[in-house]
Design a binder for this molecule. Structure first.
Ligand code: SAH
Length: 203
């Protein structure tokens, strides 16, 4: 099956080893999140356009970012940039609660239907500006952004729990880095993970 091969060749063979992440990537039907015209490429090794000038990330990138969040079934997670909803669905297979914010009204409402059933009662979708985080539900064990700010908004760091992790692309188009920030009291340590290309966070 295309999805089994995707997990083995694109993700596991490249070093992702968190079994919860591998299982989630195996379970979520990625083809349900890509446009009808790109169905044949749903399990291909690259990002795809989802309309409105936005993209669904390459499967490997989704896996790397999810693993870097270090989440388990006890965690509450915030995602900035719901887009197609695919990353959100992967997070929802692992975490106890997922909040996801999308700025584009059409994309935000397109997701409502997929996540409407009882099995997604722990997924809360919000329409709004994610650069402010989601104070109503903060603090979070983990925060992930799938659009790149030029500088990390302070509200994201403020909304992390003690020991919490923030994984985000940061930088200007053409010079972005994927970073993980870990909170320890009022100290935030930053690790560079890899060079990336994401759409910009719109403010
Ligand atoms: N996680 C998505 C990737 C979507 S691309 C997926 O799995 O498909 C990034 C998304 O970030 C786009 O949908 C874009 O509209 C959204 N975005 C950009 N700026 C934003 C902001 N300030 N607040 C919330 N979402 C934003």
């Amino acid at each position: 099956m295309a999805r089994t091969r995707m997990v083995r060749e694109q993700i596991e063979d490249r070093g992702v080893c968190d079994t919860a992440v591998l299982d989630a990537m195996h379970d979520v039907p990625r083809h349900e999140f890509v446009p009808t015209s790109r169905q044949g490429e749903a399990y291909a090794d690259y990002p795809l356009p989802i309309g409105h000038g936005q993209t669904i990330s390459q499967p490997y990138m989704v896996a790397v970012m999810t693993e870097a969040l270090e989440i388990d079934a006890s965690c509450r997670v915030l995602e900035i940039g719901t887009g197609s909803g695919y990353q959100c669905a992967v997070l929802a297979r692992i975490a106890a609660e997922v909040h996801s914010i999308e700025r584009d009204r059409d994309l935000a409402s397109a997701n409502l239907e997929y996540f409407s059933g009882d099995r997604f009662a722990h997924v809360l979708l919000h329409h709004g500006d994610g650069s402010l985080g989601w104070p109503e539900a903060a603090p979070f064990d983990a925060i992930i952004a799938t659009c790149a700010p030029t500088k990390i908004p302070p509200s994201w760091m403020d909304q992390l729990l003690e020991g919490g992790r923030l994984v985000t692309p940061v930088g200007s188009p053409g010079a972005q880095s994927l970073v993980r920030i870990r909170r320890s009291g009022d100290t935030f340590s930053e690790e560079h993970l890899l060079g990336v290309r994401f759409v910009s966070l719109q403010i």
